[in-house]
Design a protein around this ligand. Structure first.
Ligand code: MN
Ligand code: MN
Length: 465
């Protein structure tokens, strides 16, 4: 396979479309910094494109017609979209899947503490991160606090121009001799990744207990009560995520790339969603599945291992061909899927971990991985050669540029996706996606050309008969 930078091949109309998609994409990244925000954003966009809440349609007892569009949400953290095709659902669906959770730092359930005049949130990181990368950068807090009275308080602080931001401190280089000699995994420990949130004591300390005058913590608590109406115990039922502050930006003098937080895997989620929203009147039933918890093993009720997706397809069948276990099994088995997740892009500064022939390059198109896994393909969905051949044909006919890649050299490491979980139904699944540089870092780099090719590729896949 010849490697060729895509930018040279683009005409003016391509560049116009690249601009439209990448601006839309950056806006989505800014509005979707957590799985909850991504879910609400998806629902909002789906509604504008004629999608209806499946719960409502079930209640109405309405039968579905070709062209009908539905969405279903699982616990505000996963979402699935369907567009009913002209063919019965039991003939199989064309499914685009991706995950909307990203590596980050979560606030603990008993988070607030004061030490030597500083107030902190204690945290537990989520997903695989190089901990030292998350210190000394401006951070924002996004999430919700659920109160006992049933109300839910939405929090997003650290994004607006006049918002305060937060930070995890690191040792000054002048005193870091001992620290700098440590292994990178030990330079910053997980328990030390605590968020600095205040340094000003409360004015009236009369109410504080004599021996434990934590006046800075008390001040933060009072501010939280004023701002959000929450008390310290309410953190017990909160989901607060610490993420890099700031917007997605164009990267490079030529603006050919995007630098942003959370592109793993929202770059695949939003491009899948864009394709889903822009394809009309399909032959097969279309599905776009955006799930939570991939970064920690696809577990829980909102992760891919949950029966949420299967249950929803059962509902879909009940509203079309009938409530049949056999038809449900057929619908799943005869489906085909692009399970999309980011690929490791070749980084010329670190060539040693890549095998160039089988590595994704930025601006070289949408990526397909026959298999992922590590150490002898362990844990991988290994896509069928016959399926790949058909897929190549579909992509070539739609003039989509694509590359086949693995994640790094054999035995250099590896990674997993949601592909193997969907493959359990016996459907054809292949890993696909977009290549990024410095995956899982606070800010990741992608190519606008690849984003464009991904949307083109996903549209062609959805239209596959
Ligand atoms: Mn991922
Ligand atoms: Mn990841």
């Amino acid at each position: 396979m010849k490697k060729e930078n895509l930018w040279l091949s683009y005409q003016d109309e391509d560049k116009k479309e690249i601009n439209r998609i990448s601006e839309w994409y950056k806006k989505c990244l800014d509005g979707g910094k957590t799985e909850r925000e991504c879910t609400s954003l998806t629902v909002e966009m789906a509604k504008k494109h004629g999608y209806h809440d499946i719960k409502q349609v079930i209640e109405e007892g309405r039968k579905l017609q070709p062209g009908d569009k539905l969405y279903a949400v699982q616990m505000q953290k996963s979402v699935v979209l369907f567009q009913i095709g002209r063919e019965p659902v039991s003939h199989g669906m064309n499914i685009l899947g991706a995950h909307i959770d990203s590596p980050r730092i979560d606030v603990k359930q008993n988070p607030l503490y004061e030490k030597e005049g500083f107030a902190y949130f204690d945290t537990h990181y989520y997903g695989g991160i190089k901990k030292y990368q998350w210190t000394t950068i401006p951070l924002a807090i996004h999430g919700i606090v659920a109160k006992k009275d049933g109300t839910v308080v939405n929090i997003a602080i650290g994004e607006k121009e006049d918002d305060p931001v937060f930070v995890i401190t690191d040792l000054l280089v002048h005193l870091a001799g001992e620290q700098m000699a440590k292994k990178a995994t030990e330079v910053v420990t997980g328990e030390n990744l605590d968020l600095l949130i205040g340094n000003c004591p409360i004015e009236n300390t009369d109410d504080l207990e004599k021996e434990e005058k934590e006046a800075v913590k008390a001040n933060v608590l009072e501010l939280l009560t004023d701002m959000y109406g929450i008390e310290e115990e309410d953190f017990l039922s909160a989901e607060l995520e610490i993420v890099p502050s700031g917007k997605a930006r164009d990267c490079g003098f030529d603006r050919s790339m995007v630098l942003a937080y959370g592109q793993d895997d929202r770059i695949c989620a939003f491009t899948s969603l864009f394709a889903m929203l822009e394809v009309e009147a399909p032959q097969r039933t279309l599905c776009c599945l955006l799930v939570d918890k991939e970064e920690i093993g696809s577990v829980g009720a909102t992760g891919m291992h949950s029966r949420f997706f299967e249950n929803t397809v059962a509902e879909l069948l009940a509203m079309t061909e009938g409530d049949s276990q056999l038809l449900l099994r057929r619908a799943l088995m005869k489906s085909r899927m692009l399970s999309s997740d980011v690929s490791a892009a070749f980084d010329p500064l670190y060539p040693n971990v890549f095998e160039k022939k089988n590595t994704a390059f930025l601006a070289n198109g949408v990526t397909f991985n026959k298999y992922t896994g590590s150490r002898g393909k362990s844990g991988s969905n290994d896509a069928c050669a016959e399926y790949i051949a058909e897929l190549r044909n579909v992509m070539d006919e739609a003039k989509v540029t694509y590359q086949f890649a693995e994640l790094g050299k054999v035995d250099a490491g590896g990674g997993g996706t949601i592909a193997y979980i969907m493959a359990k139904y016996g459907m054809n699944v292949i890993d696909s996606g977009v290549a990024v540089l410095n995956m899982h870092a606070p800010y990741e780099v992608s190519s606008k050309a690849d984003i464009y090719e991904a949307v083109k590729g996903y549209k062609a896949f959805l239209q596959w008969k």
